[in-house]
Design a protein around this ligand. Sequence first.
Ligand SMILES: [Zn+2]
Length: 187
Amino acid sequence: MAVIHANRNHRRTLVEQMDAAEWSGDNGDMYEVTKSDEQWQAELDPLEYQVLRHAATERPGTGELLHEDRVGVYHCRACGAELFRSTTKFEAHCGWPSFYQPTESDAVELIEDRSLGMVRTEVRCRRCGSHLGHVFDDAPQTPTGDRYCMNSVSLSFEPAEPGSSAGGGSSAQDGSSAGGGAAAEAE
Ligand SMILES: [Zn+2]
């Protein structure tokens, strides 16, 4: 029916406009991957759930990826999106895995965080909105000066296969990620 068709086109135009505009603050409905709180809780283990979905922080020095130094790619543990490459990981001696730059600047979302009596910049996965950690500009020893201070449990590491170029292009380490339905269109 023509009316419905026109309506659909109109919606698409709206979405594109919103996408082009600056994403700000709480845009819970705009993530590419959205799941109910119950779904996230069922898919993630308790610590992952508390950190990724409720912005908790793992204890410093405890993360399994803290001392990971192999070549490879770091993905969002909630949705599988690529976030960081090992080439930007550095030893910040802060107790959490640290990177100076995401793979793509729009792989993450930066949000002002005024909790705990401080003004910090929260880092979330742009694809699913999960909490990753915070970014600080206190790393002058790096090319960007930034320290993306990430919770290890927010990330999953995929080592590069011998002979391949830093894992580029390969994806979907487990088929269970991103069951959100409307995924798969980006890029
Ligand atoms: Zn994600």
